[in-house]
Design a protein around this ligand. Structure first.
Ligand code: HEC
Length: 192
């Protein structure tokens, strides 16, 4: 079924592309279409920004809680509230429930960085790639490290004197780390 759909889509694309060049439809695609250019190393590195749970991909730089607090007030508070709890956008700060995991059953508990995120390094990756929501990609590494320090401190995870950098961030153990388990079930329905 999936193969049939793929073949159908391919046939439609081929028909569309070949409108001005019937021969190409029958002999296969040309080696080059004559537009675009090869990606440069700079092009690729601009997109290559992922940070993995173990901290691979974290850039040089550093940030502190006071630095992050100042940036947060200017660039984040309008949407996430002055202390990260007020909204209107996602609540970023909160440790409740401190035990157990009754989200979904108890409407008082909203998922936050402090009670739901299993890896501190994801904060760098996410803020760097997606925030501020209206200007993603505009923050420098030092600004992101500062914001990460501030958010971890607001969530009672690090001290207010902590310096966050590529070395210290992967060592931060998140409160929700053990609230996730690998799904290693076999034999039943599996999601791929
Ligand atoms: C214009 C509004 C806006 C601004 C400004 C903004 N955010 Fe967000 N933020 C959002 C929205 C909307 C989401 C939810 C995005 C989604 O679910 O795809 C979000 C999600 C987040 C999340 C993920 C929350 C979660 O648990 O899923 C974090 C962390 C975050 N923002 C941090 C920041 C930081 C740090 C800044 C400042 C640099 C910032 N945001 C600025 C609107 C904003």
């Amino acid at each position: 079924m999936r193969g049939t759909v793929a073949r159908l889509v391919l046939a439609l694309v081929a028909a569309g592309c070949g409108r001005g060049d019937r021969a190409a439809v029958h002999t296969g695609s040309p080696a080059r279409f004559g537009f675009g250019r090869a990606a440069t190393t700079a092009d690729v590195s601009a997109w290559d920004i992922d940070v993995t749970p173990d901290g691979t991909g974290l850039p040089p730089g550093k940030g502190t809680v006071p630095q992050g607090a100042a940036i947060y007030a200017r660039k984040c508070a309008a949407c996430h509230g002055p202390t990260g709890t007020e909204g209107p956008s996602d609540r970023l700060v909160g440790r409740e429930p401190r035990e157990g995991f009754p989200f979904g059953r108890d409407p008082r508990f909203v998922r936050t960085v402090g009670n739901y995120w299993p890896y501190a390094t994801t904060l760098y990756d996410y803020v760097n790639r997606a925030m501020p929501f209206d200007k993603p990609g505009s923050l420098t590494p030092d600004e992101v490290y500062g914001l990460v320090a501030f958010l971890l401190w607001r969530n009672e995870i690090v001290a207010d004197t902590t310096v966050i950098n590529a070395h210290t961030l992967p060592q931060v153990v998140m409160p929700a780390h053990d609230r996730f388990v690998p799904d290693n079930r076999r034999g039943g329905p599996e999601i791929h």
